[in-house]
Design a protein around this ligand. Structure first.
Ligand SMILES: [Zn+2]
Length: 189
């Protein structure tokens, strides 16, 4: 399904862009195949959100050196998105407005935070902003987007996943992630 952003966003909605960072795009330290293909798609959603007064949220992975998710610490990923590094920057093509609310995660020394909701206070912020539905895109479908969507549903938010605005690390796990999100109540658009 391919839904026009301007026809989809509704009052009470929020647009959440998960980890659209250089390290997750081709040339980055944890590059996802065609990760940067989400950028033009999400830019259309940003434009539509701004035109309708819908708040835009953008999360970023922001790790200290020696983060527990890194392979040299027994984790499963190569070092990536080191705080303040070039690779941790948002993709330069992403047209994030100044009004975008940035959520920083992955900063803990004792555990990873794949979900944007994991100990960030994000649910409280959304409620304060009057958001009841989230449109979600970003990277990676089978890791941080999946964990975020499942948490959003648990917190009582309606979720619409922007299918062409996300890419998986693994195609097979990406398909599984879509199934799990749908089973949990997300709408795939
Ligand atoms: Zn990470």
């Amino acid at each position: 399904m391919n839904i026009e952003p301007k026809n989809a966003l509704r009052p009470g909605g929020g647009l959440l862009l998960v980890d659209v960072q250089k390290d997750f795009c081709p040339g980055g330290r944890l590059a996802i195949d065609n990760g940067d293909a989400v950028v033009p798609v999400l830019n259309q959603w940003i434009e539509a959100a701004l035109a309708r007064g819908i708040p835009v949220y953008a999360s970023r992975d922001w790790h200290p050196r020696g983060h527990p998710s890194f392979a040299d610490q027994g984790g499963k990923w190569p070092p990536h998105c080191l705080a303040d590094s070039d690779g941790a920057r948002f993709h330069p093509g992403l047209r994030l407005p100044e009004s975008a609310v940035i959520i920083t995660k992955g900063v803990r020394f004792d555990q990873d935070q794949n979900s944007v909701f994991d100990q960030t206070g994000f649910a409280a912020r959304l409620r304060r902003d009057g958001v009841t539905s989230l449109w979600v895109g970003g990277l990676a479908l089978d890791v941080c987007v999946l964990a975020t969507v499942l948490d959003a549903l648990r917190e009582g938010f309606a979720v619409k996943l922007i299918r062409d605005g996300t890419r998986p690390v693994s195609e097979a796990r990406g398909r599984d992630a879509l199934r799990r999100m749908q089973e949990a109540g997300a709408e795939i658009i």
